[in-house]
Design a protein around this ligand. Sequence first.
Ligand code: FES
Ligand code: FE2
Length: 394
Amino acid sequence: MSKSAPRDEGTGYEMRKPAIKDDLVLVSRGTPMGELLRRYWHPVGLIKDANSVPRKVRVLGEDLILFRDGDGRAGLVHARCCHRGTTLYYGKVEQRGLRCCYHGWLFDVHGHCLEQPCEPNGGLFRNKVRQPWYPVQERYGLIFAYLGPPDRKPILPIYECLEVMGDGEFVEADDSSIGGGGPVIIPCNWLQHYENVVDPFHVPVLHASFSGAQFTLAMASMPNVTFESSPRGVVARSTRKTDDGKTFYRVTEAVLPTLRVVPNPRVAQFARVESIGWVLPIDDASFRIYVAGRVKEPGDLGRMRSKFNGKDWSQMTEDEHQRHPGDYEAQVGQGLITMHSEEHFAQSDRGLVILRWMFQEQLARVAQGRDPIGVSFDASTAPIVFEAGNYIRN
Ligand code: FES
Ligand SMILES: [Fe+2]
């Protein structure tokens, strides 16, 4: 090789050691984001998931058991029995609570130990132990749990879009997968998915030119988008011209910390948003989605899933997934936790910049002992009204 030969630049060999933004993505107790997320209520199951069969639930890196006692009260307790640590998954639900399979300690929905059958006199010191538990509330077909500091427990918010019904509408909940299809549990970090909410530019690429128009033709064109922070999170306002010269105006919102307030991309109706999706971080490397929305027929939420040649995501071949990828492929394709040090943000990523900045601001507030955005401790707080929707303007 001659001395003057140009040096190869940009080869993989020159890459620096990758790094992730731990404070934004990790969700365990004691981490910055884990503590922020623990200031809010999160859906942990459908109402019917709490029943007489103990159900494993993993939330923010914690292994929990969901059940419903014989009096109809839903309970959420740590899976490890506070006696000697076996899992309450093998326990038995009774009238007053959940009984551990190993030595029969019985716990109520607040973790009180009611019986210790192996102990003299049923356990004289049973009041001294408590099975770790979390408060739950049931609303919109979902069970919400609060995993944070008890003295900072906010009210469970009420949402106008799930309270004010149109003709023949009712609220339904769904837990089956991300919108485009995929397994129930998505094997990557929750923020990868959540950032997708403020990324309307991927729609005409991923959901149109790659997948074949998964949504309506109106959604297949490149939008003009403005992003803004709101009192709740980040708002993206997209406009597109329609064939008849009108303006298709679409507003989506990321409502901190995990709400996707995204109107139906199939644009069945031009109206305010009809559903809310909650991104539930299971742990650092997996998440799932719960949705509640106004529907007219049972099962409508599930029917919104994209299909490819009439096939569900799970029925597609590997070849079809490769040639027609959707949200699952793009987001899981970023890796378990995307390497933030290797990103190159461009103009179209402005929504993500605002979102990350807003998260950083909330992390700082919590670290300073303040309350993060969107929490209320006043039970008379008015329902939250979103701007999100699909609208037509002349
Ligand atoms: S381990 Fe649960 S009662 Fe002993
Ligand atoms: Fe998408």
